[in-house]
Design a protein around this ligand. Structure first.
Ligand code: GRF
Length: 202
């Protein structure tokens, strides 16, 4: 399978995916990395790995529709079998999401359905929760609300700050995303009637 990864920032998840897909028996290839910010370090990581990149700068568009159409055209040029959002920080239009239905994955730093949106680490602390974590889900029109594929938990300990929680959660992210992408590339993971099927089982 051909993988396109979209990033907006530092790209530590992208790096974990590059490293995993470079292992000889990985069943897919990252064929391109796309980004909405020309200065994102994620682009640098892709270039260093010899992966093609494209940038669609959202500040050059005056509508979400225009941006999404341009982004979609760039993605489609690479004929991906799966689109992986790895810290891609733009809200996508319904049309865009529908175009990649069942073929687009996202990672979100919370135990969904809790804490969609931003600042999840601080919100977990403020709520006094005892556990936190990361979720990987299929992208649907529901922001951070698509069917969850896998989660990893971390304990919230006394003395934790938003920064320490972010570090703990990211460690799990870097382990979990390559595993889930491998499942998808092996054809074990499918979205059927908006339900996650693993090895043919709901
Ligand atoms: C991750 O925490 C991810 O869960 C969130 O954005 C962050 C991206 O980090 N959606 P990085 O760019 O992969 O380092």
């Amino acid at each position: 399978p051909r993988i396109v990864v979209l990033v907006s920032g530092s790209g530590t998840n992208l790096q974990a995916l590059i490293d995993a897909t470079r292992e000889r028996e990985f069943p897919g290839d990252i064929v391109a990395v796309g980004c909405n910010r020309p200065d994102a370090f994620g682009l640098e990581r892709a270039k260093q790995a010899g992966i093609e990149t494209f940038t669609v700068d959202h500040t050059r568009f005056d509508s979400r529709e225009g941006f999404d159409a341009a982004l979609r055209a760039e993605i489609v040029r690479h004929s991906p079998d799966v689109v992986v959002l790895a810290g891609f920080m733009r809200i996508l239009t319904a049309d865009f999401v529908r175009a990649f239905h069942g073929l687009m994955l996202n990672i979100h730093p919370s135990l969904l359905p809790h804490y969609t949106g931003l600042n999840t680490h601080q919100r977990v602390l403020d709520a006094g929760d005892s556990k936190h974590g990361v979720s990987i889900h299929f992208v649907t029109e529901d922001l951070d609300g698509g069917p969850v594929i896998a989660q990893a938990e971390v304990p919230v300990e006394s003395g934790d700050s938003a920064a320490s929680l972010a570090r703990k959660v990211q460690e799990k992210e870097h382990l979990l995303y390559p595993i889930v992408l491998r499942w998808f590339c092996e054809g074990r993971l499918r979205l059927v009637d908006d339900q996650v099927c693993f090895d043919g089982q709901p």
